[in-house]
Design a protein around this ligand. Structure first.
Ligand code: HEM
Length: 158
């Protein structure tokens, strides 16, 4: 296996797995856990989401670091820079950066406010912040599914 092929193989595996963890986690949270957790009363429902998101956001940060390292590793180590990449990589990079900014907004604004509200037992405020998080994560799930579609099919666009 040549050096470039080895870099491409390792980078693509880690890149695709990071996308699976981030996008799959959002899918599970919104379409599986959310309807099931609606059966719980507010205090325990909010505590459940506090624990779930604490763990999930740590994985998202790891996924973002790996997506960036492997994405730009591919661009500069395999495709020889931005002149060598297809339209699909430009689109993936653009949407990917929007997703990352949206995530860090959630992480530093509504997520912090959610935890602070929960700590002072202000359940109404915590529920409001959780709702805010849900809308942004819904947007990121749509963008994430789009990015996976673009990233995985783009090399055949011609
Ligand atoms: C933000 C910077 C990013 C850069 C620079 C980048 C770069 C790349 C490159 C160069 C490829 C290989 C394309 C090819 O072989 O034609 C790729 C593939 C891919 N990317 Fe990204 N990417 C980024 C973000 C993302 C994000 C946020 C996601 C999803 C959440 C994503 C999902 C994928 C997928 C699913 C593939 C296809 C893997 C495969 O089937 O081989 N990328 N990316």
């Amino acid at each position: 296996m040549g050096g470039t092929v080895a870099i491409a193989t390792v980078a693509l595996i880690l890149h695709a797995l990071s996308a699976v963890v981030w996008v799959g986690g959002m899918f599970f949270a919104l379409l599986v856990l959310r309807p099931a957790s609606a059966l719980l009363q507010p205090p325990s429902r909010l505590e459940l989401w506090s624990g779930v998101l604490e763990q999930f956001f740590a994985w998202v940060i790891a996924a973002i670091v790996l997506l960036l390292l492997t994405g730009y590793g591919l661009v500069f180590g395999v495709f020889a820079g931005f002149r060598g990449i297809g339209l699909h990589v430009h689109i993936m990079q653009g949407i990917g950066i929007v997703m990352m900014l949206a995530f860090f907004h959630v992480y530093f604004a509504p997520w912090r406010r959610f935890k602070a509200a929960l700590a002072r037992q202000d359940h109404a405020e915590a529920a409001r912040q959780l709702n805010q998080i849900r809308w942004i994560v819904t947007l990121n799930l749509i963008l994430g599914l789009l990015t996976v579609a673009v990233g995985s099919s783009g090399r055949y666009w011609g």
